[in-house]
Design a protein around this ligand. Structure first.
Ligand code: GLU
Length: 475
């Protein structure tokens, strides 16, 4: 009843009473109740992939809410300051937004255990002077997000280096900072490492010069209100279970795994080819992908990995065309001209779809797609060997990250003689899948600036987007 009233009141607040603050109730939050979550729109926290909500913090919140039976309502803050302000005012149960544990915040809020660690990096544009030590930061135009952990850290450093100056940018996403440095409208930006690696594919000219501070944990914050402590305990119990089951590692891999090993030069060439070559192929790739019910960006990523979108590509082993199909596979697939871009794409798409289908039913997406890609590269038999080695190592043959870790063993002379299909270039297959994930993520991220939620006209106001449904996971 009380909650009912509160709900009515909150509707009134939203619709009628300007300035009336909506306060979710902490006491006795039960299954079926609404969990109000503050977040910020960024590739590491919460964003729309096409029209699906996703993001690491968002998926983690969903998992927590699903386990407890809560419905999730997301409120998006357009600056970090708004987010902190709104949380302090008790306008949400939890802030889940890639927020660093800092001494000041720990004073003000309850905090969960860390669920991720990141290093704060000093980012600059390659070719310009690289900062290596704290004194190199003096007399440079440094930007940070206003209200961020990094502005707190700079204030700490400035106690020893009183000449240190920086500008605070009112935004919620470090993408804005990266853009300013890329356009040379600022010299240096302070950005967390995981965010940086995700966004570097959009700005491959930006590099990290040094670490501003030690690695720090990301935590969820809760306001210091009655009942919030019990909810914090529930979050911590959930984190313990989620971590122990391996699900946290899997979620991290799903969201950030594709940043592994991505080379900056590779990203640079890829970004250039997106502009110079992709427009020639995009509509054909889209048509073929649609026919095979594949995400066109995945097919485009495979084609790029295979041929760099060169329809006449040729390898020393005789594979050819956009999708680098072997003569034997071409025959199986009914491809009579491997150099014909459409035939090649169709053949490759069919081959990939077929591999996805042939994998055991109990391998879930997205691991299923990554394993199919590995099989595309080394063949199903060798992938099967890697899965057997995974099981023997006490790991999970249904998880890509576990199978991935065993692929190099296929070329280890102490191991491969004992496998059914013998030697395979496992390390190459591992890189192959890593690269495709990287290109695929870059193609998806490219759409992000359009997909990001636009700030409200009145930037002073905190607006919320209200969603309460369960959404499918992003690949
Ligand atoms: N983790 C930062 C914070 O807690 C936000 C992201 C960033 O500025 O890189 O303030």
């Amino acid at each position: 009843m009380v909650q009912h009233l509160a709900h009515l009141l909150s509707i009134l607040c939203l619709s009628l009473l300007a300035g009336c603050v909506e306060r979710p109730l902490f006491d006795d939050l039960k299954a079926g109740d609404e969990l109000v979550v503050l977040t910020r729109n960024s590739p590491t926290t919460y964003y729309f992939d096409n029209d699906r909500e996703t993001g690491f913090d968002y998926e983690l919140i969903k998992a927590f809410a699903d386990a407890a039976g809560y419905k999730v309502r997301i409120k998006v803050a357009f600056t970090l300051e708004e987010l902190i302000h709104s949380l302090a005012a008790g306008e949400a149960h939890i802030a889940a937004a890639g927020l660093t544990a800092t001494p000041e915040r720990l004073e003000r809020f309850h905090a969960s255990k860390p669920y991720l660690t990141q290093r704060p990096l000093v980012v600059y544009k390659s070719g310009l002077s690289r900062p290596r030590t704290a004194t190199d930061l003096i007399d440079r135009d440094i930007i940070v997000l206003a209200g961020s952990s990094h502005s707190e850290a700079l204030a700490g450093i400035a106690r020893d280096l009183p000449k240190l100056r920086w500008r605070e940018i009112r935004a919620a996403d470090t993408l804005e900072l990266m853009q300013l440095v890329a356009e040379e409208k600022a010299d240096l930006a302070i950005v967390d490492s995981v965010e940086f690696r995700m966004q570097q594919r959009l700005y491959p000219r930006l590099v990290a010069g040094m670490e501003l501070d030690d690695e720090a944990g990301m935590v969820w914050y809760l306001p210091k209100l009655p009942g919030a402590e019990a909810l914090t305990d529930r979050v911590n119990d959930f984190f313990d279970t989620f971590k122990e089951s391996g699900a946290l590692k899997a979620l991290q891999d799903q969201h950030f795994g594709h940043t592994r090993g991505a080379s900056r030069i590779g990203s640079l060439t890829f970004q250039q080819k997106i502009h110079s070559d992709l427009p020639k192929w995009q509509s054909l790739i889209e048509t073929v992908a649609k026919d095979y019910r594949l995400d066109w960006r995945l097919l485009a990523a495979v084609a790029y990995q295979e041929s760099h979108w060169n329809p006449r590509a040729r390898s020393p082993t005789g594979v050819r065309g956009l999708m680098m199909i072997t003569r034997a596979t071409a025959q199986d697939l009914g491809v009579d001209n491997r150099l014909d871009p459409e035939q090649s794409l169709r053949g490759g798409a069919r081959f990939l779809k077929d591999l996805v289908r042939r994998l055991p039913d109990d391998i879930a997406e997205p691991d299923r797609t990554w394993m199919a890609l590995a099989a595309y590269n080394i063949g199903m038999g060798h992938l099967e060997d890697a899965r057997i080695l995974t099981e023997r190592a006490g790991l999970d043959p249904h998880r890509w990250q576990d199978v991935r870790s065993q692929l190099p063993a296929l070329q280890d002379p102490d191991v491969y003689p004992g496998t059914r299909f013998g030697f395979a270039r496992g390390r190459e297959a591992m890189t192959y899948v890593d690269n495709i994930r990287h290109y695929y993520a870059a193609l998806r991220l490219r759409e992000l600036p359009n997909n990001r939620i636009q700030p409200p006209i009145d930037m002073g106001e905190l607006l919320s987007s209200e969603h309460t449904r369960v959404l499918p996971r992003a690949l």
